[in-house]
Design a protein around this ligand. Sequence first.
Ligand code: HEC
Length: 132
Amino acid sequence: MTSARYTLVKLSAAILTMLVGIGSSAEPRTTIDAVYSKQQARGGERLYQVHCLVCHDKKYFQPVLEVWSGQSVGTLLQMMSATMPESDPGSLRDKEYVDILAYIFSLSKLPAGEEPLENRGTKLDEMVIATP
Ligand code: HEC
């Protein structure tokens, strides 16, 4: 192989490595990445006690999250706000559903962070449900 050709092969390999690197750094955020705050989960707990506890005890949610693992947080939120509380679907404000979801995350032993979970743009559609 001529040295010019060899250089070209090396260069292509380097570019390929770089592209693969970019691909992996764009991995989606998951619910393990501290995506809600403790304070938000406390607010969500109060809402849960008023609107959800009659039908779902605290132990209900962790297995549900496990089943939903790999799907987007946005899809779970949509399902929840469209169908729950079963007695009066969609009766809570969007932010209240998000706060309850933060509480559900805390029940499922997901780590809390500094920033609250927020339903802005496509952020939650791009966030993947993962359990510890
Ligand atoms: C009147 C009873 C009732 C109330 C109140 C209620 N739910 Fe439900 N919920 C159900 C039933 C029934 C199901 C479906 C059967 C099951 O999986 O237990 C369900 C299922 C769910 C699921 C799992 C759905 C799935 O497909 O995996 C979630 C999450 C959920 N509820 C969240 C909530 C939240 C959050 C609230 C409060 C805002 C709430 N529910 C209030 C009765 C209720």
